[in-house]
Ligand binder design. Structure first.
Ligand code: NAP
Length: 253
């Protein structure tokens, strides 16, 4: 049975680095999932024949089922499963259309939960699931409200699932980076260049996440800056942490 890794959102900043690092592991194939076929084919050119592009829109239920059909057809052993695809819109909650609300919840919440269930029959003792959540999952975040709430779902879901899958030797790691240098970030708001305190390169997030997953940890935090944030939100009332956040973004509003 072939041993594979699956990476969703593989063509983006963090996902691409996951592919690069997993290409160093003893795997027969890496299934790279996303909508943009050209970018997925680019990964095959870069990392070789073991890359298998799987072009899917993970907000579409029919695509989730056709992904499941592919698994049933190929019957691989899934050793690594990286739920990384995600979208973010930094805007007041009132600026979201119903379709944008649906897309965010479908991609950031529904897809990871559904994909894990579809992949579970193909996972074995030692399989590692990584769910890319965010430091924004630690507290409610005004003006990043829907995204942060969706990431809180992902973090909470991961940590509980880690306990549920423990008897099967499968671990689940919630990866919670702060700002990461990728195309996801809005670089300018109202003509003002946005500052991202504590920003890190995707390589730092991915290397720490894989190390933590190998150690069987249920949470991965890659920088001192986010570790401090994590401690603060445990010690301070949420009203205060939201106030501190609001002060940090007031010049963009
Ligand atoms: N950047 C940050 O500051 C930051 C911080 C914390 C957490 N994160 C999380 O890290 C993860 C990766 O983000 P990133 O920064 O690398 O963002 P990115 O560069 O925008 O990449 C997002 C990836 O998601 C895929 N994607 C988007 N919509 C999709 C859909 N409907 N179906 C399937 N794939 C879809 C995109 O591929 P296609 O366009 O080809 O579909 C792309 O590969 C996300 O979950 C994000 O929430 C990011």
């Amino acid at each position: 049975m072939k041993k594979i890794a699956i990476v969703t959102g593989a063509s983006g900043g963090i996902g691409q680095v996951f592919v690069r690092e997993l290409a160093k592991e003893a795997l027969d194939e890496i299934w790279v999932v996303g909508r943009n076929e050209n970018r997925l084919l680019g990964l095959k050119k870069e990392f070789g024949a073991k890359i298998i592009p799987v072009c899917k829109d993970l907000t579409v239920t029919a695509d989730l089922f056709s992904f499941s059909d592919l698994l049933k057809q190929q019957h691989p052993s899934v050793l690594w499963f990286v739920n990384n695809a995600g979208i973010a819109k930094m805007a007041p909650s009132k600026a979201f259309s119903i379709s944008e609300i649906e897309q965010t919840i479908d991609l950031n919440c529904k897809a990871p939960a559904a994909l894990i269930n579809l992949c579970l029959p193909f996972m074995i003792k030692g399989t590692k699931i990584l769910n890319v959540s965010s430091a924004s999952a630690f507290q409610p975040v005004p003006y990043l409200n829907l995204y942060a709430a969706s990431k809180a779902f992902e973090r909470s879901y991961s940590r509980a699932l880690h306990i549920e899958l423990m008897p099967y030797g499968i671990t689940v790691t919630a990866v919670c980076p702060g700002w990461v240098e990728t195309d996801m970030l809005t670089k300018e708001i109202n003509g003002k260049k946005v500052r991202f305190p504590g920003i890190v390169a995707p390589e730092k997030v991915v290397k720490k996440a894989l190390k933590d997953a190998k150690k069987g940890r249920d949470l991965s935090i890659c920088s001192f800056y986010v570790k401090c944030q994590h401690i603060n939100v445990k010690l301070l009332p949420q009203k205060l942490t939201m106030k501190i956040w609001m002060r940090s973004i007031r010049s963009y509003l």
